[in-house]
Design a binder for this molecule. Structure first.
Ligand code: NAG
Ligand code: NAG
Ligand code: NAG
Length: 203
């Protein structure tokens, strides 16, 4: 009788603990084995934050060899992102359009493991290229605050080498593409509002 009661009590304790854990964290695991500091990139890291992706002096992008995504974080609260995304046109399958996005700003880790990314207003840029359109494209202003439901960092094998693997969860809990740590300290543009620094005005 006693062992049965003890087992029951243990089971109840485990049941009541499980929902508490689930509600404490929005997504991901709290036991990230290292901090977010560093540059993180998908796949073979053809897309990487920094001057090789976006040049703020003449607001120009350097088109990477393949699509991909990259995020950089510093331990003192700054972040930068570089996204190169292909979008198929269902009506004309050969007319793939490619979009490049760059922005940076500050980030915050919330108590429930979610992340709030707040861009510097005025610096973000986007460029969309349509392979079937002959019109020349220029980059446009971009400002998109991001909220990630959570993140976790594990040590995994990537191309036969142990590397830190970052899983970000989008605002709705969807898995973002897996990224690998490629630089630490991160490779980023200056972590300040650049339109003011370069042009002396926020136009
Ligand atoms: C997580 O925390 C943030 C900041 O406090 C809050 O805005 C958000 O609603 C929370 N999300 C969940 C799922 O608890
Ligand atoms: C987990 O990530 C947070 C935020 O980057 C960091 O402050 C903390 O040190 C990390 N934990 C470990 C064990 O590195
Ligand atoms: C922008 O400046 C960089 C560095 O000087 C140069 O390599 C690049 O060709 C320039 N791009 C445009 C579109 O002017």
């Amino acid at each position: 009788m006693l062992p049965l009661l003890a087992t029951l009590a243990l089971a109840l304790a485990m049941i009541s603990r499980a929902p508490m854990q689930a509600s404490a964290l929005a997504a991901g695991e709290a036991n990230n084995i290292t901090s977010l500091m560093g540059t993180w990139s998908t796949g073979t890291a053809k897309v990487s934050t920094g001057i090789d992706f976006y040049n703020p002096v003449n607001t120009s992008f350097t088109i990477p060899a393949t699509a991909g995504q990259s995020y950089s974080f510093t331990d003192d609260g700054y972040w930068e992102e570089a996204l190169y995304i292909y979008t198929a046109n269902p009506a004309k399958p050969s007319c793939v359009s490619a979009s490049l996005f760059w922005q940076h700003g500050t980030w915050q880790l919330n108590g429930n493991n979610s992340l709030t990314l707040t861009p510097f207003n005025g610096d973000g840029r986007q460029l969309t290229e349509d392979r079937c359109s002959s019109t020349s494209t220029t980059s446009a202003y971009y400002y998109q605050p991001e909220y990630m439901l959570g993140f976790d960092i594990t040590l995994d094998t990537h191309f036969g080498r142990p590397e830190y693997r970052l899983q970000l969860y989008a605002f709705d809990g969807a898995l973002k593409p897996v990224m690998w740590q490629t630089y630490n300290p991160p490779q980023m543009l200056p972590t300040e509002l650049l339109v003011e620094t370069i042009y002396g005005t926020t136009s």
